[in-house]
Design a protein around this ligand. Structure first.
Ligand code: PGA
Length: 249
């Protein structure tokens, strides 16, 4: 009932020419994947090439961040209406690298999410704990704080339009995937937070993606878990064949 969503996150990789080449290879590999949503979140400068390269296809394009104002004197920033006008339908918000290196907080995650929704974008809102937080048994507490300070500030109507990505920070780019058991129980905990705030129907409907060293060889077991509705894929989304293998798991 929840449509699987496979989202790539290119981070700060690829030029426009490399973007064009990627989609020439990638589109034929996923042309038959009609029962799932496929998205690539690309660097701002690659959006034009990505949108042109996926025109008329079953692949959507997203940005990796946005400012919460629609326009203004914010040197170096990009707004939701700009992303939408450039052909994006999605945007990643609150990725752990933004939190770690660029001062992203739960409060700014909320502002960006509201702004993305107002622009007609589907926000992919990231949450996740650090290694020391998991090891000291604080995972659910950390996720609850991120949820309360960010996602919980949405109205029910706004919440119905977002996607959540659970990305344990210790699993990102490390080759250490959360086991399906760990991912499954954490997704369940997040769904319970959603149920407590927005009700059972909203909890049953929201898609929660898993991210952190998703690869062609582990996607199947992750997707077999009831509460995992898709993947947010970094490194393995950079090669057409490997991301296609994940999409077609
Ligand atoms: P990874 O990155 O797949 O390279 O671990 C995931 C992410 O940061 O979204």
């Amino acid at each position: 009932m929840r449509t699987p969503l496979m989202a790539g996150n290119w981070k700060m990789y690829k030029t426009p020419a490399e973007t064009t080449a990627f989609f020439q290879d990638f589109l034929p590999m996923v042309a038959d994947a009609k029962d799932r949503e496929i998205v690539l979140n690309v660097p701002f400068v690659d959006i034009a090439a990505a949108v042109a390269g996926t025109a008329g296809s079953n692949v959507g394009i997203g940005g990796q961040n946005l400012h919460w104002e629609t326009e203004g004197a914010y040197t170096g920033e990009i707004s939701g209406p700009m992303l939408r006008a450039a052909g994006c339908h999605y945007v990643v918000i609150g990725h752990s690298e933004r939190r770690q290196y660029f001062g992203e907080t739960d409060a700014t995650v909320l502002k960006r999410t509201v702004s993305a929704l107002a622009a007609g974008l589907t926000p992919i809102v990231c949450v996740g704990e650090l290694l020391e937080e998991r090891e000291s048994g604080r995972t659910n507490q950390v996720l609850q704080t991120q949820f309360d300070g960010g996602i919980a500030g949405l109205s029910p109507e706004q919440f119905a339009k977002i996607v959540i990505a659970y990305e344990p920070v210790w699993a990102i780019g490390t080759g250490k995937t959360a086991t399906p058991e760990i991912a499954g129980e954490t997704h369940q905990a997040i769904r319970a937070m959603v149920a407590a705030k927005f009700g059972a129907d909203a909890a049953g409907a929201v898609r929660i993606l898993y991210g952190g060293s998703v690869k062609p060889n582990n996607i199947k077991e992750l997707m077999a878990v009831e509460d995992i509705d898709g993947g947010l894929v970094g490194g393995a989304s950079l090669e057409a064949a490997s991301f296609a293998a994940i999409v077609n798991f």
